[in-house]
Design a protein around this ligand. Structure first.
Ligand code: NAD
Ligand code: GDD
Length: 327
């Protein structure tokens, strides 16, 4: 039986990845600071542990796993990474995790490791035009990410690729572009725009309004979780080390995203644009390289994924409400 380790298995993407690996027949160990809040883990073994602690990392990486997925990070949406208040923690925590996991894998002679980098590593100066951002993989240098989160991702990408060169490892590096779907964070300050829009619209009264940060003309693309997992597995098992974008090319403005969710809800809700943490002015995945190297690109329309996500978040809100009111 093949074995896999998922670091960050208590998180959004890690939780979905564990499910997929189990469906494929893997024996799976998950590790995280916490269990997933939204779903029971399907991992065969789930270790609650801090990957900043090298002793714990060596205990968790106690065998030659066939595949290791390193998703653990100190991360969140614009409200977490663009305020500046979490910069030291984000850099220290995530870099320490990556240094520890990679070193322990090398010592166990584990070869195949997936690392989740982010589109946040792309230079700010190429993402100032909301209609025409440049996120081609080879536009990464000269480096100029707009957040410390992005700088840490860039450092760690280089770390994984250095282990490939110096130790013959088979690390695979993806640059995820804003992943969304059920069982993701939707409140508490770390949520990203798709979940935030769903929560705000679900809570809004008919005839009310929702707050959207900025003028709403900033652009992004959003990738549904199932396609993120598909791309992750395809890359990990390919001969291509990356870095490569895993994202959607369906770019929308944030106001268009908000309007889409309002339409899904069927409510009469207005958009109120307010000041907030913004990040880059425009961002979109560029899928030429992934198409060329893996012969696969994501294709699911944003609307389909947002319908599913809205239903799930609305259901979570209703459940919390019913629990509180005792019904
Ligand atoms: P998430 O926050 O839901 O999952 C990350 C998990 O890592 C959390 O469960 C957290 O508890 C765990 N973790 C943090 N510090 C830890 C530590 N010291 N020891 C053990 N576990 C620790 O985030 P996600 O959306 O599932 O993202 C997974 C990975 O993908 C992250 O590396 C993230 O930076 C990257 N990424 C995600 C997106 C996205 O849109 N979701 C975009 C780009 C990159
Ligand atoms: N989170 C959030 N909440 N964003 C909002 C809101 C809101 O209520 N209203 C408007 N926005 C705007 C933000 O100001 C930002 O301009 C845009 O929506 C997208 O915000 P996020 O989805 O939070 O983050 P991001 O796209 O800037 O960055 C995310 O994606 C990266 C990969 O592409 C983050 O999750 C990063 O951690 C991730 O690496």
């Amino acid at each position: 039986m093949k074995t896999a380790l998922v670091c960050g298995a208590g998180g959004f993407i890690g939780g979905h990845l564990v499910k997929r690996l189990k469906r494929e027949g893997f024996w799976v160990r998950g590790v995280d600071l916490k269990f997933n809040e939204h779903a029971e883990t399907e991992a065969d073994d789930f270790v609650i542990g801090d990957l900043r602690d090298q002793t714990i990392v060596r205990t968790v990486i106690d065998r030659r796993f066939d595949e290791v997925y390193q998703l653990a990070a100190d991360m969140g949406g614009a409200g977490y990474i663009f305020t500046g208040e979490n910069d030291a923690n984000v850099m220290h925590n995530s870099a320490t995790i990556n240094l520890n996991v990679l070193d322990a894998c090398h010592k166990r002679n584990i070869k195949r490791i997936f690392y989740s980098s982010s589109a946040c590593m792309y230079p700010e100066h190429n993402q100032e035009d909301p209609d025409n951002p440049n996120c081609a993989e080879d536009s990464a240098y000269p480096a100029n990410p707009d957040s410390e989160y992005g700088w840490e991702k860039l450092f760690s990408e280089r770390l994984y690729l250095a282990y490939n060169r110096n130790y013959g490892m088979q690390c695979r590096v993806a640059r995820y572009h804003n992943i969304f779907g059920p069982e993701g964070t939707w409140d508490g300050g770390k949520e990203k725009a798709p979940a935030a829009m769903c929560r705000k619209v679900a809570l809004a009264g008919d005839g009310g309004d929702i707050e959207v940060w900025g003028d709403g003309q900033q652009t992004r693309s959003f990738l549904y979780i199932d396609e993120c997992i598909e791309g992750t597995l395809r890359l990990t098992r390919s001969d291509f080390a990356g870095p490569v974008n895993i994202g959607s090319e369906e770019m929308v403005t944030i106001n268009q995203l908000a309007r889409m969710v309002i339409d899904i809800s069927g409510k009469n809700v207005a958009i109120r644009n307010v000041p907030g943490p913004l990040g880059v002015r425009g961002r979109n995945s560029d899928n030429r390289l992934i198409g060329e190297k893996l012969g696969w690109t994501p294709s699911r329309p944003l609307l389909e994924g947002m319908e599913t996500t809205y239903r799930w978040i609305k259901g979570e809100i209703d459940r919390h409400h019913n629990r509180q009111s005792g019904s």
